[in-house]
Design a binder for this molecule. Structure first.
Ligand code: ARG
Length: 369
């Protein structure tokens, strides 16, 4: 019997995937690890709280259903999260938030590395329990196949001391001065990572140091994964002042090819690993939407444009309006499947974020020998 859980990279032929759901989604809470803002609003305008309007939820769900239909038409088995009441507050002895966020971005929480499922620590209070909608599926995989391993990373305290809340008010000059120190809204005392800061390249796992993953988090991943023969490489993109989740910055498309973000070059010297192993780094074209034209409650940048999902090393799903990217991918030899996805953006991401691949064909390869 083929393994139930098997995925070593971001591009091999997709067999089974979880697609998120906007059901019961709420606005992300304001907390030390996150100060969401309304786009183009006057400074100080309060971000809404509680449940999102049903029309916004329906619009996102319609586009997620479109993604499901496309994947199924390509022979991929699609699974969905369990219902979860995100309007419930989270309270631990140390902190509370009035509501949670949503189940649109399993990518942020869950990662498959070979036959192992890892639940990330998460970095934000409102997302502390976001693994719950995936637990039923995890149990299903774990019960069905004794080869499946399941790891939950240590939960951080999320106390006030774990954060550096002043970060959100740093003036631009301070951000500029600090840009090579990689200190953001989370401190370095506890193990903290979101799953979406990782990108899988076979034996090699690239991890972005960010607002959502600290050096202790990367250290935990190293000690957990390297004894299994993997290699964990921290990556840095010093021109991204609000880095979170690597999949709008550095996106591998097939062996030897990474789509890169021209506004966020790799830190000096970090390209070497790729260039000496004959990987090509290709800059994504300018997105068709400026940062000012992104949806009102969307906290991500225009670079959601490059948040593509690979069905195979030759087939890529991209957002419908990103024609310059489609053309570029076409020239690089990919078949592009454009679908509308803008109504999903305010739920934390685009096509790659809204999914968690559970099974792709292929084994662990060494692309950096
Ligand atoms: N921080 C990224 C940007 O604004 C968005 C990342 C979204 N990715 C995700 N997995 N939720 O460019």
């Amino acid at each position: 019997m083929a393994a139930q859980v098997n995925s070593w990279n971001e591009w091999d032929r997709l067999e089974e995937i979880v697609v998120g759901s906007a059901d019961d989604a709420c606005y992300e809470p304001t907390e030390p690890g996150n100060h969401p803002h309304i786009r183009n609003a006057a400074p100080g305008t309060a971000f809404p709280t509680g449940r999102k309007p049903q029309e916004a939820i329906d619009a996102a769900n319609a586009e997620l259903a479109g993604l499901v239909a496309l994947l199924e038409s390509q022979g991929v088995r699609v699974r969905r999260p369990e219902p979860h009441d995100y309007s419930k507050p989270v309270r631990t002895p140390e902190f509370s938030v009035d509501n949670q966020y949503c189940g649109v971005c399993p990518r942020d929480v869950m990662i498959t590395i070979g036959s192992e499922i890892i639940e990330a620590t998460m970095s934000r209070r409102g997302r502390f329990f976001e693994y719950e909608p995936y637990r039923k599926l995890v149990y299903e995989y774990w019960n069905a196949d004794p080869a499946v391993r399941w790891t939950t990373a240590p939960k951080p305290s999320m106390t006030d001391e774990m954060y550096r809340e002043g970060f959100w008010d740093w003036p631009l000059e301070k951000r500029h001065a600090e840009m090579h120190s990689f200190e953001f809204c989370i401190t370095q005392d506890e193990v903290i990572f979101d799953a979406a800061d990782m990108s899988r390249f076979g034996r090699d796992i690239m991890v972005q140091e960010s607002m959502t993953t600290n050096r202790q988090g990367i250290q935990w991943l190293k000690r957990h994964l390297e004894p299994q023969g993997l290699r964990v490489h921290p990556l840095h993109f010093p021109l991204d002042y609000f880095p979170s989740h690597i999949d709008c910055t550095f996106v591998p498309l097939r062996p030897g090819l990474v789509l890169t973000n021209p506004d966020r070059p790799l830190s000096d010297g970090e390209e070497k690993l790729f260039l000496t192993n004959d990987w090509e780094l290709v800059e994504a074209p300018e997105p068709t939407t400026g940062n000012d034209e992104m949806p009102t409650y969307c906290q991500s940048s225009k670079w959601l444009s490059m948040n593509v999902l690979s069905i195979s090393p030759t087939k890529v799903i991209a957002e419908e309006r990103e024609k310059p990217l489609h053309d570029m991918l076409d020239k690089l030899g990919f078949e592009v499947f454009p679908i509308p996805f803008r109504n999903v953006f305010e739920y934390g991401g685009s096509l790659h974020c809204a999914t968690w691949d559970v099974r792709r064909t292929g084994d662990r390869e060494d692309y950096f020998p």
